[in-house]
Every structure is written in C-alpha cells, then in structure tokens.
Design a protein around this ligand. Sequence first.
Ligand SMILES: [Zn+2]
Length: 244
Amino acid sequence: MTIHASGRPAGYPTGIRGTVPHGALPAAAAAEATTVLGPAPTSPATATAVDSTANGGRSVALTFDDGPDPRDTRELLAVLRKHQVRAVFCLWGDHVEAHPEVVREIVRDGHELAGHSMHHDDMSDWEPERIRADLQQTNNAIAQVVPGVPVHWFRAPFGSWGRTPEVAASLGMQPLGWRLAVGDWDPPGTDELVRRVKEGVTPGAVVLLHDGGGDRSQTVAAVDRIIPELRAGGWHFDQPARRA
Ligand SMILES: [Zn+2]
C-alpha cells in the first residue's frame, strides 16, 4: 500500500512555527508499544523544541519531513551528496515500512534521523501514553531497518505538538522545530521555493522542507539551486543545535 499517495494533509504554515489548521484526519490506529529505543543519548533531551543551529551566524540547517519516498528522497539524496550537505530526515513510520531500502540510503549518506510519528496523525489532544506508544512504534520500525542507528529528534506532524515534546524527551528524542517553512507542500514552483528560502532565511535557521507525502520534485530541484546560491552569499550548512 502506498501511504504517501493517500492525500493526507502534510503541510505547515509558511515561515512560522506552531500549529496549522487542518481538515478531517484519519482515525488513528491504536499504536502498539513493543521495545524501546536504541542507544541512549549522552545527556537528557528537553521538552523545548530546537529550531536553530549551534552557532547561528550565516548558517542554516535543512530538515525534510514525510519521507522516505522511493523517488523524491533518492533524488534529494543525490543532490545533497553532490553538494556535500548533511540534513535531518523526519521519517513517517508507514513510509519507513514501505520503503526500508531508502532509509538505509539516508543513513549510509550520513544524515540524521527524526521520528515523525507512525501514521502522521494529529496528536495535539492525545494523552501521553498514546503518544508514547506511537513514538516507540515508529522508532521500532526504524530500528528494524537500521538497527542501532539513533533517532535523536522528534517532530510532531502538522506542528501539532500537544504533549509530544515531553514524551519525546522522555524517550531521548529532542523536539525539532523550525524557523522557516516555505509551503513546498502546495507546491508553488521551483523558482518560488528558491526565492522564499533565500528571502526567508535568518541566521541559524532550521528550515522545514518535504521529501515525501506527495510530489516533492520541486523541492528537490529547489534544494539543488538553494545550496550553491546560499553558499555564494556566504552561508554554510550545519545541523540543528544538538544537546551536549
Ligand atoms: Zn509531516
């Protein structure tokens, strides 16, 4: 079954953090908790979302949600490889199970992983126990594919954080926010995406883009232009600020 073609909303507001209005969401399947996470982080995660790089300045961190996708994620990986940029991939559990080989390629290229829930449900009114079960199920799905690879981050679907930050932190995952989103879920055209990123980027910004959940070919093409154009303007690419 191809989950990413199901037409579920997978968007975020442009340029801001926070929640986004959305229509009816599919009923959440009861999540099943099985085992726990991989290696424990060296220091506790906190419930405060990280949305910047460690050192600010003219640095920017690219993050990609809703994959893996067998076409667009692979093409994005080739672009990132060409430009030697490492990013964070926020993985949708159903897509991990559908395309495990793409997850292995993400890890092989040295990118970092984030959980992005099992079914891309809106968790804003979920109780912690239900959130915990879903996040563990997602991490278990990832661990089945890439055993021992840590999942240091969690990003809530739709930015509907609810009580997910505290649960993610209790599982060793740092909530991962963003400072810039550019509406690539529409999508508005490659030129427009390039313009929005170049005009919207601020020092140290975590940028939210998508490599799954729909046709993301415009995002991939935009990233291929954004990286060299930002570098020409003195920017460099970094990871979101990590806890020590
Ligand atoms: Zn998403």
